[in-house]
Design a binder for this molecule. Structure first.
Ligand code: ADP
Length: 264
């Protein structure tokens, strides 16, 4: 379980997060949504201790992050972010093996089991054939899948992802999120695409100007009256055959023409 209580953060004097509370219970998939600049990435970074909040505390199963050393944290929490990962002068296989490092003792070598776990992780995300390629030479989508493989190889029971579907084609967007769901680990994921959030998250938190302004199930949060004032776009909501909420968007000037077929 990940708990963040009353998180505040400022870049210099500019407050970016105010009193943000986040809870992801064991096995839950929580989506962070909100417009550009609303604070999603900043909030995520406080959740993996890349940024220290100016107020509030983040805990993993009741243990404050601040009291875990980096290695202990890495066995509990894996992080999938593209930022800073692009220049690694390593092969894909070496990159994924990094996920096994937190499980090694000092000067201990990787075992056969470690290689097997890494190979299985690459297979799961459909990148086994890229194992000998240099990571920095991959496409954005390939990189994203390899970073997810590294997180899988890490076998942590909490995973944080910042827009993991960026650069992926539609099939892989769904496959990656299906995979994340199937892991059964506690997950917090920043998602731009509200329809992916609707389909794959148990809970969504809507950020607006550094505050969480709505939280609940996708059904509760992904509603025109909640989304339109935040995103400033017309929203039409439909429920698909397989009972997922899905949204259609129209620029606000045209939104009055939308024929709403809201299902409640
Ligand atoms: P989101 O992920 O929702 O797009 P961010 O967390 O990236 O939002 O950014 C929230 C706000 O913080 C934005 O106004 C952004 O310009 C600002 N910001 C983000 N990173 C920095 C930084 N390193 N220095 C100063 N301001 C930043």
């Amino acid at each position: 379980m990940i708990t963040a209580d009353g998180i505040a953060f400022s870049y210099g004097k500019v407050p970016v997060l105010t009193a943000a509370n986040v809870t992801a219970t064991a096995g839950e998939v929580v989506g962070l949504i909100g417009p550009n600049g609303s604070g999603k990435t900043t909030l995520l970074r406080t959740l993996y201790a890349s940024l220290s909040p100016s107020a509030g505390e983040v805990s993993l199963d009741g243990t404050p992050l601040a009291s875990l050393n980096q290695k202990a944290l890495a066995t509990r929490l894996s992080v999938v972010v593209q930022e800073g990962s692009g220049e690694m002068p390593m092969t894909v296989a070496e990159t994924v093996m990094l996920g096994r490092s937190p499980h090694l003792g000092t000067f201990q070598r990787h075992s056969e089991n470690d290689y097997q776990i890494a190979a299985e992780a690459l297979t799961k995300v459909g990148t086994r054939h890229l194992a000998d390629r240099v990571f920095s030479g991959l496409s954005g989508g390939e990189k994203q899948r390899v970073l997810i493989a590294r997180a899988l190889a890490q076998q942590a029971d909490h995973i944080l992802l910042d827009e993991p579907t960026n650069h992926l084609d539609i099939r892989y967007q769904h496959e990656v999120l299906q995979l994340v769901r199937a892991l059964g680990v506690t997950t917090i994921v920043v998602l731009h695409d509200l329809n992916l959030a609707a389909r794959y998250c148990d809970t969504v938190l809507l950020l607006d100007g550094g505050r969480i302004t709505a939280s609940g199930t996708p059904d509760e949060v992904l509603r025109p009256e909640i989304l339109e004032p935040v995103y400033k776009i017309g929203v039409q909501r439909v429920v698909t055959d397989d009972n997922s909420v899905q949204l259609l968007f129209k620029p606000l000037a045209l939104s009055r023409h939308i024929h709403r077929t809201v299902s409640t």
